[in-house]
Design a protein around this ligand. Structure first.
Ligand code: NFS
Length: 648
């Protein structure tokens, strides 16, 4: 490392002090990262706004300036909508394929094809069987597991009818979906249809195209994603509160560090178990390590945190930064949100990068493709490889920063927490919304993006919302961001508005609740449907004083989540970068006004955190007014001192 001082202002890239520390090292060692590349490469303004059509070889057609139509005659509206549908289809495919893999694992366990793995939550198994209309009484666990897994798998190939989870939505919502013809028939069918509709020369009406996006997104939200959540709960246990800590400081100076990164928890859970085996611990001791430390990145981090208390080392933008510590013996990745740049960063250190999924070979990583029938063998091989790599460590630089957190608020636990074991209920939540102590609820979800200042928008939005008495739930990378900045502890009550604080103190909950990974946004759908069913706040998700926000989105999966949330009746606000349909003012407006009229929900793109908060409070207050439960409340405005304090 050179002694030369860099002059880069890292606070323009992240408000996390560990990022500044690591980016300085990267710059001094001339190692590229997503942060440096995003400064070099300017986004293509035509592509970013949905104005480029590259569906056929007559183009690509860039609809900018005087061009209103592509070579085939397609309009700006058609092209923007078509690009959006394809993004939604890719997101739905990723989340739903994740659910399929969990169903296949469950099926293999039930058939005895995977050794020594047991079902962790038989109560949830019976509950899910109930949703599927499968009689649980009198059946042994294996028989019931097999029936549930096979029903789940059938959802993918189903050609007609409705997905089995549709009746979990409020009755009014189901009727609306049927009336509009957007009830998903089968998961794979809707994703294929979205791709077909958008093939050159097929669907050409933006409203019809966007209904296609809705049907496809609903197939994930109330299908593939919801199945992933439910089946993972059956397999690994339904989350309940667990203590841990977050940020790069969770890496260990004297133990073997293994990072689990990606989305699917099967291998990660086996690796966690393998690190406890006496044989591995003895091996670690023999190479001079004081044990084996495991930490997570992205949604594998969330899954492992909620069920096993594994600390997250960081959100999506931390994946390269973690390797820059020089302290990671091995990072194992599976699918989604994994940067190809990781393998280049790894070459500067002793870190082994292992791809484990048959679907994804990441960069120049080594591949240990997991045989799904013998995952423990792969897990042991990975832990062994990490331990054997420990003596190759050179300089280590671990930032001494981590924050304590509490995670694991599944919707089941929220009901239990509010009503007790015998009377699990959401009544106290609804009552406190009706009496105005809780002004409303917000889900702050989604990614972190190098096109925004890492963590700035999420932290600002979360803090400002709770200061305005809005209860916040978080998932995905936004949940890890909240954890890194100390917002997932009961002490966060200190930042909450007076009446929200009073409720949180009475019930004994933090004002920011970690509800899981990105597929677990389906938990939020279930919670909203339950809130509507509990009474006092209307009879549908549309009209609830609740808003969803993704302040730093980057992924197609985020657009798919937004679309199923809108179709379920929620208002959604995305931040950081502009609208992916900006090139068509018609489509952009339709996603606000047209979707509100059609679905009772809307999708807005608002760049600045303070504007996102203002829009959220307006939407919440309007909903309260419509429900006739409006109590005038002052808005707490953050001044510059309060904002500066956020910059840690
Ligand atoms: Ni969601 Fe999870 Fe993170 Fe965004 Fe990526 S890890 S699936 S897409 S970046 S929250």
């Amino acid at each position: 490392m050179s002694d030369e001082k860099t002059t880069t202002d890292y606070s323009e890239m992240s408000i996390d002090p560990t990022a500044a520390e690591m980016l300085k090292i990267a710059e001094e060692c001339e190692i590229e990262t997503v942060f440096s590349r995003s400064r070099e490469i300017k986004p293509c303004s035509t592509g970013a706004t949905g104005g480029c059509c590259k569906l056929c070889a007559m183009g690509p057609c860039r609809l900018i300036g005087k061009y209103e139509r592509g070579v085939c005659g397609a309009t700006r509206d058609t092209i923007a909508a078509r690009n959006f549908v394809r993004q939604v289809a890719a997101g739905a495919a990723a989340h739903s394929d994740h659910g399929r893999d969990v169903a296949l694992t469950l099926q293999a366990i039930a058939k005895g094809e995977i050794e020594d793995v047991a079902i962790a939550d038989v109560v949830k198994l019976a509950k899910v069987a109930g949703y599927m209309g499968i009689e649980a009484a009198g059946k042994d666990v294996n028989t019931l597991t097999l029936e549930v897994a096979e029903c789940a798998l059938a959802q993918y190939g189903q050609q007609t009818g409705e997905l089995v989870y549709i009746p979990r939505a409020p009755v009014k919502r189901q009727e609306l979906w049927r009336k509009l013809g957007v009830v998903p028939r089968g998961i794979d069918r809707e994703i294929v249809e979205a791709m077909h509709r958008t093939a050159a020369g097929t669907d050409q009406n933006y409203q019809s195209l966007l209904d296609g996006a809705v049907k496809c997104a609903l197939a994930s939200g109330w299908g593939g994603s919801m199945l992933a959540t439910d089946l993972q709960d059956i397999l690994y246990g339904t989350p309940s509160p667990v203590r841990s800590s977050a940020n790069l400081g969770v890496l260990s100076e004297d133990k073997v560090n293994i990072l689990i990164h990606g989305h699917e928890p099967l291998l990660a859970s086996m690796i966690i178990d393998a690190t406890q085996e006496p044989e591995m611990l003895t091996l670690a001791e023999s190479v001079g390590a004081k044990g084996i430390n495991i930490a997570g990145i992205c949604c594998t981090a969330n899954e492992s945190l909620m069920r096993k208390g594994v600390p997250p080392a960081g959100n999506m933008l931390h994946q390269e930064l973690a390797l820059l510590t020089g302290a990671v013996e091995l990072m194992v990745v599976d699918v989604q949100c994994i940067f190809q740049g990781l393998s280049e960063v790894a070459t500067h250190f002793h870190t082994k990068l292992i791809s484990s999924s048959p679907k994804a070979c990441v960069g120049d990583s080594e591949r240990i493709v997991v045989d799904e029938h013998h995952p423990r063998d792969a897990a042991r091989a990975i832990v062994r490889a990490a331990v054997e790599n420990f003596p190759n460590r050179k300089d280590v630089h671990i930032p001494k920063v981590s924050e304590p957190l509490v995670a694991g608020f599944s919707h089941e636990y929220i009901r239990y927490m509010l009503g007790g074991k015998m009377r699990a209920s959401l009544n106290p939540l609804n009552e406190n919304i009706v009496n105005g102590k809780i002004r409303g609820a917000a889900a702050v979800v989604g990614c972190s993006s190098p096109r925004a200042v890492q963590d700035y928008a999420v932290v600002n939005v979360v803090r400002e919302l709770i200061a305005n008495n809005v209860l916040v739930v978080v998932t995905g990378c936004a949940a890890i961001t909240s954890g890194k900045h100390g917002l997932l502890t009961p002490e966060t009550m200190a930042f909450a508005g007076e009446s929200l604080r009073e409720v949180c103190e009475t019930v004994g909950i933090p004002p920011v609740l970690h509800m899981g990974s990105c597929v677990d946004n389906s938990r939020i759908l279930t919670l909203l449907a339950d809130v509507a069913a509990t009474g006092g706040l209307g009879d549908d998700i549309a009209g609830l004083p609740a808003v969803a926000l993704a302040p730093e989105w980057y992924s197609e999966k985020a657009l798919e989540i937004a679309t199923y949330a809108v179709a379920s009746g929620a208002h959604v606000i995305f931040g950081g970068v502009g609208s992916p349909v900006e090139n068509s003012p018609v489509v952009k407006d339709y996603m606000i006004d047209g979707w509100t009229e059609r679905y009772g929900g809307s999708l807005r793109f608002i760049k600045e955190p303070q504007d996102m908060v203002a829009a959220t409070l307006d939407l919440i207050d309007n909903a309260r007014k419509a429900l006739k439960i409006d109590v005038a409340q002052e808005r707490v405005l953050f001044d510059m001192d309060m904002r500066r304090e956020l910059s840690v």
